[in-house]
Design a protein around this ligand. Structure first.
Ligand code: ADP
Ligand code: MN
Length: 262
């Protein structure tokens, strides 16, 4: 809790992630021994040069800012984000339906073993990000996946993560433009990626240099999922509510937005 408060204080003060190698990471106590071992191996083998502080300490995952090292197949010396899915979390069990209904993961027996289940979530996020990148959607690029640890490109610069839509302060005209990016992106995700985000909110969209970035797609489901359209409805309500609040006159009702996307 102390660390979390610290992180929050830091973020509000400088909005920059700091810290040293593993200290911040291990202090959080969410890294189980196996996860810690994998991260140390990444440092030793040169996958990672440095790990900085916590960008975000969430319920299901922690995100750290880091820099890549020299390692075959990955770009060296670039900022990256490490998303570590927490192995202690019951949250994932509550969300089993997101996996069960998705044909890509349906028959994987691993759903019953917690560690393997978390690994499946990390894999799902990676695969969803790849689909989205192929469709030209702005989202983090997966760099390396090891069990419950996903290294991806960092959205932001010099340790400053891009603000989430929740934290963006611009005038109504600019919000209107962002709104249009959001609805076009939802449509593209649906038609080109065959995906529904399923947790779309002002917390999972980032905005930097006039570009909208979609993040947090571990729970995004294939259109084949029996609940895909229910999830999409929820996403539409969330976006309509947010942009209404921001005073965007042309905000569609959830219903119309749903029709537009589909
Ligand atoms: P969760 O909400 O499940 O904790 P997210 O994927 O939404 O996980 O990540 C949590 C936060 O970490 C985001 O709100 C964002 O501020 C930050 N973040 C996530 N991915 C990146 C990234 N690739 N680059 C920069 N910041 C990121
Ligand atoms: Mn999130």
């Amino acid at each position: 809790n102390n660390l979390r408060q610290n992180v929050r204080r830091q973020r509000t003060r400088a909005n920059r992630v700091r810290g040293n190698k593993m200290d911040v990471a291990t202090e959080e106590k969410v890294m189980d021994p196996r996860t810690k071992t994998i991260v140390f191996k990444m440092l030793n083998s040169g996958v990672l040069r440095e790990i900085h502080g916590v960008v975000s300490a969430g319920k299901e995952a922690n995100v750290y800012h880091a820099v890549t090292g020299d390692y075959e197949g990955i770009e060296s010396n670039v900022e990256c984000a490490i998303k570590i899915f927490k192995t202690s979390m019951n949250e994932f069990k509550n969300r089993a339906e997101y996996l069960e209904g998705d044909y890509r993961f349906k028959n994987k027996k691993s759903q019953h073993n917690t560690r393997k289940l978390i690994k499946l979530w990390a894999e799902k996020e990676t695969r969803n990000l790849k689909r989205m990148r192929s469709a030209g959607i702005q989202c983090p690029e997966p760099i390396l996946l090891r069990e419950n640890i996903l290294i991806m490109s960092f959205i932001g610069r010099d340790g400053f993560p891009a603000p989430r839509l929740r934290d963006v302060e611009v005038d109504t005209q600019v919000w209107k433009g962002i709104y249009h990016s959001v609805i076009k992106t939802m449509r593209k995700m649906y038609h080109q990626c065959k995906l529904v985000h399923a947790d779309l909110s002002e917390y999972n969209l980032m905005y930097r240099k006039r570009v909208l970035w979609v993040i947090d797609v571990a729970q995004a489901v294939d259109l084949d999922h029996p609940l895909a359209l229910d999830f999409l409805k929820k996403d539409c309500v969330s976006m309509a509510t947010f942009f209404n609040k921001k005073g965007v006159q042309s905000t569609m009702s959830p219903r119309r937005l749903f029709d537009f996307v589909v």
